[in-house]
Every structure is written in C-alpha cells, then in structure tokens.
Write a protein that binds this ligand. Structure first.
Ligand code: CA
Length: 523
C-alpha cells in the first residue's frame, strides 16, 4: 500500500475526538468512508468546448454543475494522447510502456493485470462499465458490462452485454445514459458502487442527435491559428495528415449520410443537411473559403454531440440527487484526451501540444471538494486510479505510477507535488501520420524529441512567451540553461518511470495491420 487512506484518516479523526479538525462533516463521515464513484468519460472532448473552461463556442450547464460543486483542474495532462492508450492508463494508473497498450492500431489490453475497477470489486464494490470500452479484449473487473464493440456507432449501435451481442435503437449517448440509470436502479443498495459511464461522443465522425441539428445551426468564431503557416516548427508538424484542408472525408462533413440510420432518422438527417449541402455544392468553394466552410460544419456537428454529453451528465446528476446519493458520491468527469477544434488547421489529437495534451477534468465530492475551487497543479489521467482507490479506502498497488488527487481535492497541494510531466506518443505509421515523439512538460516549458529516422529533431517551447506553441526556441543561446535543465529532467523522468531506451517491440506498428487505408478525399 502506498499511502494512508482517507477512510483511515477519517477514522483516526473521529476516534481522537478531533472532528473539528477534519475537513469532512463528522455527521456524514461514517457514510463518506466508502463513497460511490461515478466516472463519466467522453471521447475527444476538447476543453475549448466546455463552458466551465471559458468556452466561446458552447454552454455546458450540466458539466458546469460539477465544476461549481467541486474542483476544476486546469492542467490535466494525458500521457499518450489517443483513445485506447488513455483508457488503459485510466484503468491501470500506469504509462503505456508499463500497461502494454501503446496504440489503437495493434494493441490489445491485457485484462489480467491489476486495474482500479478490479481492486474496487475485490474490496466489496459493485462495478459497472457502460458505453465505449475500445480496448479490444473483454472488460474484466466488472459485475456488469454493456459496451460498444470497437469505436461503436452513433445511431442504433450494436452492443455487447456481458458477452451477449445485441443491437439497440436510438442515439448512442442517450442509450448509454439510459443503461447507466437502469443499472443504478437495479443495483444492490447495501453496497457502494463504481459506475463507469463512457461515451462515444464526440469522437469522429461527430454525428449529433437529430434534435440538435437545427439548434446548432449558428456561426462559430474561428481560432486565430486556423491558417497556421507552421513556421518555427519542424517536419513532423508540417507533414501530418489531420487538416481541415486535406484530411476530412465526405462522411466527416455530412456530405454523405451514415449507412446505419433507419428510414425515419434518415429523413430527419436529410431534411437538415441536404438543402445546406446543395447550397455548398453550388457555391463551389476553394482554398480558405472551403476550409472556413468545413470549420463551420465541423463545429456544428461536434458541438451538437457535446450538447448530448452535457444532457447525459445532467440526467446522471439529477438521478444522484433525487435518490439521495449526491452527498456520498464522488463524481468525476474527464475526456480521454484533448482535441483540436481547427487550431493549426487541425482536428484529431496525438501531439504533446496543449490542445491535445490537456483534457478536461472536473471532480465533485461533497464534503471534500470546496465548491467552485480551481486547481492549477499538473495532474494527469495517470492519477485517476489512485484517486479512486484512496477515496474508496482500497490499498494502492506500489507499481502504479500516478498520484492520488485526494489532497488536491481537499484544497491542499503537497510540497512535493509533481513539477514536470513525461509524455510519449507511439502510433506511427498510422492514421493522421503524426510522428512518434516524447518529451517533458512543466508549467511553462515543453522539451520535445521527435526521434524516428528521418524525423529526428528536438523542439523547445516557452508557453509564457508563446502560449500557442508556434515557435521552437531549441538551440537559442538565451534558452541554453533552460534546455540543459529540461534535458536533465527528461532523463530523470525516463529513468524513474522505467521507459526503455529503445521502444519495446510490442509498441511497433506491425506491417500486417498498419496503417489504416487513407481517408477518401472530399470532391
Ligand atoms: Ca479519444
């Protein structure tokens, strides 16, 4: 066991008659010893599209309820900015090179290893996983699981319930929410629970609920780096395949309808998109005008997906309140990574740069989190497992690599809290052609190494001087001392985290399965 657990501390406080010194109301302390855990996870939700983070694109009143009632983390960084790997990190509290899930192309999660749901289950919790799983192997450590196979689909999705394949009608975010509330209604009320409610949305191809097609027909502000010229950065940034200009497909842009709609859904879909698509085709846009049109269509669809995620969060929060569960439930909202909403011409994720590295993290734990508090500490998806285990009073395995956030949730930042963070991305060659890279991140700087043959170079960014990370200052004399310090820190972190000097063979994309076929270009 790594550290003293919260329940142990609470018990000591009570026994010592020192309840006034405890941060938790002693009248509720007995109940709080084993809180329920609701972990709501979305896929590719950019912090730029969440109003608690000051979004200029959308209002998310229900997600904001979590922030208002608890703690908003402003610098939650992921270790490897891509879907499956982030999920494996969440479950294990370990980096990709320790949990074995490196990329979405050929990794398969080893479900025999220790995960926090498994440890909670052994500790007496009832556990459920509902929604997007995306780890190839079947879930382990859950009394109930009801998952989307692979990436899942937005409408009428096939699902797998405890091994049984079935199909459900409707919109995926609503279905995952319905199933989550249904499970809560049937659970054994004598025991605490862990519910992992994991959405597909707003993952590509960001297909919104039909009811949000009209309401999101607005004009959205463009990011000021939409037409980035990539000067000041290297070949990897210039040679990716994730731009609004060349990578988006007809399906992404809703210029063709998905095959999985039923006739009624298809009619509603066509009623919205077809007249607008006809107008678009008549306009015969080119160059920047075409990219601007694509950006507007992308935002319409992406933000419509976010609206359903927000609505889902509201339904879960309402359920907790109406069933007297609110006070004794730790609610966590996060996305598996950040996402580009047109910055640098991009959609997708993968980079160590801020929009993809940083993910939303909102945590509410009544009696522990101070309502409306904000933490700027460097935290990570790596920390979720240990946080939940500590909250539940379950011992933390010594080989987990994160750190419990409980002290931060209590408003205390330990003096030895991390001041630097290690990042490592592996999926190349692969979709979107982002080169492999690793690096170290601090409050102010990033030192990045692109390390493949032909792409081998370093970059250094100073976010205080250059918040949008447009200009590497690597090798500049005035940064020599910073560079030396960061290089030493990177070496220290790689040793501490046991990163192999050469990438492990299982991290390499095998030619038989890589890469995915190139996306169909837009005509
Ligand atoms: Ca994702």
């Amino acid at each position: 066991m790594k550290r003293t657990t919260i329940p142990t501390l609470l018990l000591l406080c009570l026994l010592a008659g020192a309840a006034t010194l405890c941060r938790v109301d002693p009248a509720r302390a007995a109940q709080s010893v084993r809180p329920n855990i609701v972990f709501i996870f979305s896929d590719d939700h950019a912090y730029q599209a969440l109003s608690a983070y000051g979004s200029r694109l959308i209002r998310t009143p229900n997600l904001d309820r979590i922030a208002r009632g608890g703690t908003r983390f402003d610098r939650c960084l992921v270790t490897n900015s891509i879907c499956g790997p982030s999920r494996a990190v969440i479950l294990t509290g370990k980096y990709s090179h320790r949990n074995g899930f490196y990329n979405n192309t050929n990794s398969r999660f080893d479900g025999a290893q220790a995960t926090f749901p498994k440890l909670l289950q052994r500790g007496g919790y009832q556990t459920a996983m509902i929604g997007k799983w995306h780890l190839v192997s079947d879930p382990t450590g859950f009394d109930y699981w009801d998952i989307l196979p692979g990436q899942g689909q937005y409408y009428n999705p096939p699902m797998i319930r405890n091994g049984e394949r079935l199909r459900r009608d409707g919109y995926v975010t609503d279905i995952i929410t319905d199933l989550s509330l249904e499970w809560l209604g049937k659970r054994d009320t004598s025991r605490p629970f862990l519910l992992m409610c994991q959405h597909k949305a707003p993952h590509r191809e960001w297909a919104p609920n039909l009811k949000y097609l009209e309401p999101f027909d607005r004009r959205y502000p463009e990011p000021d780096t939409l037409f980035d010229d990539y000067r000041g950065r290297g070949i990897a940034e210039q040679n990716q395949d994730m731009t609004l200009a060349k990578t988006m497909t007809e399906g992404d842009l809703k210029l063709s309808a998905p095959a999985y709609l039923n006739p009624e859904q298809r009619a509603a879909w066509d009623a919205y998109y077809e007249p607008r698509n006809a107008e678009f085709r008549r306009a015969n846009l080119r160059g920047e005008a075409l990219v601007r049109w694509r950006y507007q269509r992308y935002m319409h669809d992406y933000l419509g997906c976010i609206a359903s995620v927000d609505e889902s969060v509201g339904r879960v929060l309402d359920y907790l309140k109406e069933n007297n569960l609110e006070q004794n439930t730790l609610v966590i909202y996060a996305s598996d990574q950040g996402f580009y909403l047109g910055e640098h011409w991009w959609f997708d994720k993968r980079w160590i740069f801020e929009e993809s590295l940083r993910t939303p993290l909102l945590v509410r734990w009544p009696g522990v989190t101070k309502p409306g508090s904000v933490s700027r500490a460097l935290v990570s998806n790596l920390d979720v497992a240990e946080t939940v285990l500590e909250a539940a009073g379950v011992p933390v395995p010594a080989d987990m690599q994160g750190r419990s956030l409980v002290s931060l949730l209590q408003g205390r930042r330990p003096r030895d809290w991390r001041r630097s963070f290690y990042y490592h991305y592996y999926e190349y060659p692969g979709p979107h052609s982002v080169a492999k890279h690793y690096g170290v991140v601090t409050d102010r700087h990033k030192l990045v190494h692109f390390y493949e043959p032909g792409w081998n170079y370093w970059e250094l960014f100073d976010r205080r001087e250059d918040p949008k990370e447009l200009r590497s200052v690597y090798g500049q004399p005035e940064y020599a001392e910073t560079q030396r310090r960061l290089e030493a820190e990177l070496t220290r972190l790689r040793a501490e985290l046991k990163v192999p000097a050469q990438d492990a063979p299982e991290s390499l994309i095998r030619p038989a399965r890589a890469p995915n076929p190139p996306p169909r270009p837009v005509r």
